[in-house]
Design a protein around this ligand. Sequence first.
Ligand SMILES: NC(=O)C1=CN([C@@H]2O[C@H](COP(=O)(O)OP(=O)(O)OC[C@H]3O[C@@H](n4cnc5c(N)ncnc54)[C@H](O)[C@@H]3O)[C@@H](O)[C@H]2O)C=CC1
Ligand SMILES: CC(=O)[C@](C)(O)C(=O)O
Ligand SMILES: [Mg+2]
Ligand SMILES: [Mg+2]
Length: 348
Amino acid sequence: MALLNFGGVEENVVTRAEFPLEKALEVLKNDTVAILGYGVQGPGQALNLRDNGFNVIVGQRKESASWTKAIADGWVPGKDLFDIEEACKRATYIQFLLSDGGQIDGWATVKKHLTAGKTLGFSHGFGITFNDQTGIVPAADVDVVLVAPKGSGTSLRRLFQQGKGLNSSYAIYQDATGKAYDKVIAYGVGVGSGYLFETDFRREVYSDLTGERGVLMGAIAGIFEAQYAVLRENGHTPSEAFNETVEELTQSLMPLVAENGMDWMYANTSVTAQRGALDWRHKFREATRPVFEDLYQSVKEGKEAAIAIDAARRPDYRESLAKELAEIRESELWKTGKTVRGLRPENA
Ligand SMILES: NC(=O)C1=CN([C@@H]2O[C@H](COP(=O)(O)OP(=O)(O)OC[C@H]3O[C@@H](n4cnc5c(N)ncnc54)[C@H](O)[C@@H]3O)[C@@H](O)[C@H]2O)C=CC1
Ligand SMILES: CC(=O)[C@](C)(O)C(=O)O
Ligand SMILES: [Mg+2]
Ligand SMILES: [Mg+2]
């Protein structure tokens, strides 16, 4: 474990140098890993493990869209693709990748086959942290661990295929066998993590729920809509409003931030832009901070978990999601986006 300095604060990080793939394969050589659920994370983790040479099987509800997708990805029913019960029976390391709401229904089956010495893995601190709502309480004689890739399962797979990687956080909730650390790190390396950041279940889920509701997804969509509306109300055309709200951000400015930080992006814009942005950023910070505080409170009180569980269990969830996404897609802002994307020189 390396102690790395993050802006003056030291944190534990596991590096591939100290835990290479060969070591990971050695640690899990007698294990059968079952990936339960073949939604978004399931395929990313299962395929990366398979390509890296681990013993991996998939457990998924039969006759579902995800079952068909697993077959299309080369998993063979009866060989390395089973229903959830059979996969749990065969596995020694059960990676629980049903949707967080779906895990409530799946738990009874998992629990039944989670015999002494097995490992229960998550990619989210949700089920355990909010176990007053999920009912997920593992027995004391199993290891309970977490590897949470910091990004979509789609990116986890794509980056792996490009020979890159996505970093993950990891945590140990219960170490019954004394081997939980080696196993969780081996698993993290197996799914293609470059580095593994230490956390605990509670911190993982609080930060993840805040991030996705906040800057990563919720806040960004909200401020796009607000700025676009103001530009349109003031007579700017859709393409102009879209370019100055979204297109330039994703195509030009955020890649610079990703590469070398916010100051580097600022340094590569005009004095005019720099001066204005440096001043206005304070006003935006102060205006949004109370909203982030509300959000964090709602996460901490378990309200966000309750909302997510309720949504996942509604029988019409998929349908109502499709409607909400269509509403976004059909808005002027995002219809303009579609046209603008088509005009990128590489798409012409
Ligand atoms: N989507 C992502 O890229 C990320 C997800 N995670 C975590 O990974 C875990 C899995 O998430 P996703 O892949 O997004 O899940 P998902 O929403 O794509 O669902 C995964 C699978 O669960 C199955 N499922 C759902 N409800 C079920 C039920 N009641 N009974 C049986 N099967 C059921 C579905 O058939 C699907 O194959 C969650 O804990 C999530 O928070 C973590 C990082 C990123
Ligand atoms: C992709 C990811 O890490 C998220 C946004 O937290 C999620 O899908 O839950
Ligand atoms: Mg999340
Ligand atoms: Mg996340």
